[in-house]
Design a protein around this ligand. Sequence first.
Ligand SMILES: [Zn+2]
Length: 281
Amino acid sequence: MIPRVRRIAALCALGAALTACGTAGGGRPAPAASSASPSAAGPPVLAPGPGGLTPVFEHGPRTRGKTVALTFDADMTADQGPRAASGEHFDNPGLIGALRELKVPATVFMTGRWAEQYPAEARDLGRDPRFEVANHSWSHYAFTADCYGLPTVDSGADAMRAEVQRAYASLRKAGVPKAMPYFRFPGGCYDRQALRALSGLGVTAVQWDVVSGDAFATDADAVVKQVLDGVKPGSVVVLHCTRSAAPTTERVVRTVVPQLRGRGYRFVKVSELIGQTAGNR
Ligand SMILES: [Zn+2]
């Protein structure tokens, strides 16, 4: 499968979950027929695979310069509300502050549950052009069985689609004006059935090629090493934006960013890597 990139008004393809769809064109709904036009505005997405299967993006081109995308999963699972209420922090304002201070663009994959817990932070991220906010499901339940012990989404394509649409609705309600048409599976777990379930939503599934290992890490140096050893041109690095489960991430970022810049890397958002993929084909 060779995914082709198309620039479409991808948010429109997400359907009813995204009423912000029409606002890009000056407040009027964009005509559906023009959504496939190469000149139509909208984030770059990969074209669907055979049979309309949701496309999967793992990294950008290796030969288009030293770019790297840091991605941060804002995880919160549906049943963690009581833990948040008792003082556990699923957000990480210090990390976001570090990214701003270091002038690092980044892509945040946010669960709908996180946006509901931290609406001001979600809105702040969604309105800052340095960041792009994408979809990490509503509940952070797994889309396959046996995924790192995560609870599993109810079986059936409708439940999977509803997870994505409900997350977009939560992001929009929190004040994220233009959530990206990118979806990261909870735990990164997917199979053909999950890709088929999400087909028609217009999303590109975004995985990664560098695992930072920041989840539940206590040794920042080990995470730093893993990132520095793993990054290649076009890499997508997965990290987390939650103090509770990834307490070293701010320190990791403060160390990794200057070192990668010293090696000639430029930080970009996932959309830029997907756009570069377009130019490569
Ligand atoms: Zn996650």
